[in-house]
Write a protein of this length. Structure first.
Length: 309
């Protein structure tokens, strides 16, 4: 133990000399890195083009900064990159890891979990692991979007779903089907896309080729909804008078379409902040009980679903 007199003498000398504690040495002594790793898919996955990513990272960064922690971004592009990343993460270089938009084939989370690395998933994890996550209620959002179309008098409603490997896309599809079944309506007008504009346009064309009577479309992303609107307009269908269209995300795309796109808003920045809060509370503490949070989406109604008739 150091006496109070000695402690004051050391602090006084440090002040006179302009001494600033070395953060790296202090972190090493405390067994913490004061940084949190954020793992996102490789750039080629298209995730970096998602307008929601910047909002999610902003929420994460703001909360970590307020807690005095650094955000370190990782995007492994090959199996060798993943192996090096795993060694880095288990080597004590970060206090916790945030995992974003992973596929069922990704095995890194399971390996980190087995090593007791504190982890938080952005979205419900693709595999049924007991891990911490922050998600949006995609099922409720899909149901709300479909019920909105039904309330507008639409009865022949199609859904452009996201890829089947996405848990969020599957939940939105389930919400669509539940709303249709509850209303006694057909729920088999379904096609799939990759959440981008081109795939939405192609899916809309396929749907109309087999079900010309469609009078509304719920797309699992704003980008696919924008592609669907383009396909409808090329084919001479008026939006929303002939076919109403609603998307999901409430991204900047929703305000850029003509007419403006109704959408389901994800509280993405709130999601990022809550993920960061969990990471801060878990930092440096291994083998914690998982904590899970589900945020509620909101409906943003615009002209693409409200006909002028």
């Amino acid at each position: 133990r150091v006496s109070e007199e000695a402690r004051r003498a050391v602090e006084s000398a440090a002040t006179r000399l302009g001494y600033v504690p070395n953060s790296a040495a202090r972190s090493l002594a405390a067994g913490r890195s004061e940084s949190v790793g954020v793992v996102v898919p490789e750039p080629g996955s298209g995730y970096f083009l998602d307008p929601l990513l910047s909002r999610l990272l902003r929420g994460i960064g703001e909360e970590l900064s307020a807690s005095g922690l650094q955000m370190v971004l990782f995007s492994p592009q090959s199996p060798a990159d993943v192996q090096r990343l795993e060694q880095y993460l288990v080597g004590g270089h970060v206090d916790a890891v945030l995992m974003l938009a992973l596929h069922e084939s990704d095995t890194l989370p399971a390996r980190l979990n087995a090593r007791g690395i504190p982890m938080v998933f952005g979205g419900r994890p693709p595999q049924s692991q007991e891990v911490s996550f922050v998600d949006v209620d995609n099922h409720a959002g899909g149901r709300a979007a479909t019920e909105h179309l039904i309330k507008q008098g639409r009865r022949r409603i199609a859904h452009i779903a996201g890829p089947d490997h996405s848990a969020a896309a599957r939940a939105r599809l389930a919400g669509f089907r539940e709303a249709m079944w509850s209303a006694g309506l057909r729920s088999d007008f379904v096609d799939y896309g990759d959440l981008d504009r081109d795939s939405g346009e192609l899916a809309m064309g396929r749907l109309l080729a087999t079900a010309d009577e469609i009078d509304a479309v719920f797309a699992a992303s704003d980008a696919m909804a924008a592609g669907a609107m383009w396909a409808l307009q090329v084919l001479g269908r008026r939006v929303p008078d002939d076919v109403a269209v609603i998307g999901f995300d409430d991204s900047p795309i929703a305000s850029a379409t003509r007419p403006p796109l109704s959408s389901v808003r994800q509280p993405v920045e709130d999601m990022g902040r809550e993920m960061a809060k969990l990471a801060v509370s878990m930092s440096g503490v291994r083998d914690q009980s998982p904590r899970q949070m589900v945020l509620s989406p909101e409906l943003s109604v615009r002209e693409s679903t409200v006909a002028s008739r």
